[in-house]
Design a binder for this molecule. Structure first.
Ligand code: ATP
Ligand code: MG
Length: 245
């Protein structure tokens, strides 16, 4: 069986800025790949390539073995790529339920009662049932993160891309989110970009560290966090190595 996602030597630059330099990685069903790297390393740009927002200038993206490198964004959504955004993008005036229903309908292709039932089950799965009638814009931060996750899950993705979903949360809230993502993991493949390294390390099977679009380390979370090149890149930044040992 091919991996759910295989990125093969992806390269992309914006003028002089290199956001992907022959980047290769893969993730299987039931697995989570973490991507770490400093601000501006190219992490979100990699997601934009995987999701079809921007094109890779070279390299290939395979989804379940099928080449989607040149497919449009909406086709990739239909083929099973769901994502959360670094800056959450809910419809603030709509309730949590309406937000998830919208995703289930327009992205997920569901209709009527099926869409409503699916939205309700996703809200339940993400711990949002009690807030389902609350406008998204009024939700506290952890619930906005849950909603961002719920909207992506409403598409029934086989590949879930999480872009810094743990940012801005308290430690206790991070732990709630980690448990939630760990519970979802067996049902799909996850690629998780995260600055909160101990959070991604708690769930990821493998981690890739990038800098200037180039892979500088790859392996288990503990091995990557302990890697000399990774530590040098993060010099001055807080690395929670203890939490992953
Ligand atoms: N569409 C674009 N046009 C031009 N430059 C871009 C574009 N998208 C990203 N960049 C630049 O590419 C570099 C990498 O950006 P990207 O958002 O991928 O980084 P990141 O690793 O996600 O950073 P952060 O951790 O801050 O979210 C940055 O210098 C950014 O300004
Ligand atoms: Mg980013």
């Amino acid at each position: 069986m091919p991996p759910v996602l295989q990125a093969d030597r992806l390269s992309r630059r914006f003028g002089q800025i290199v956001v992907a330099d022959e980047l290769s990685f893969s993730v299987d069903h039931g697995q989570c790949l973490g991507i770490i790297g400093p601000n501006g390393a190219g992490k979100t740009s990699v997601f934009n390539m995987l999701a079809g927002v921007i094109r890779a200038q070279s390299g290939h993206i395979l989804l379940n073995g099928a080449d989607v490198t040149t497919k449009a964004q909406h086709e990739r959504t239909r083929l099973g790529i769901g994502r959360t955004y670094q800056v959450p993008q809910p419809f603030g005036q709509l309730t949590a339920f309406e937000n998830v229903l919208t995703a289930a309908s327009f992205g997920g292709g569901r209709r009527g009662q099926d869409a409503a039932d699916h939205a309700a089950s996703i809200l339940d799965r993400t711990g949002l049932s009690k807030r389902s009638d609350m406008p998204a814009g009024a939700l506290p931060l952890l619930d906005r993160k849950r909603l961002e996750l719920a909207r992506a899950l409403a598409l029934s993705p086989r590949l879930l891309l999480l872009d810094e979903i743990a940012g801005g949360l308290t430690e206790a809230e991070v732990n709630v989110l980690v448990d939630l993502i760990a519970a979802i993991k067996p049902t799909l493949a996850i690629v998780w970009i995260e600055h909160v390294t101990h959070a991604v390390s708690a769930v990821a099977d493998n981690v890739v560290a990038i800098n200037f679009g180039k892979k500088i380390a790859e392996g288990t979370p503990a091995a990557v966090m302990a890697d000399a090149a990774v530590q040098e890149v993060y010099m001055g930044a807080v690395m929670d190595v203890a939490a992953v040992g």
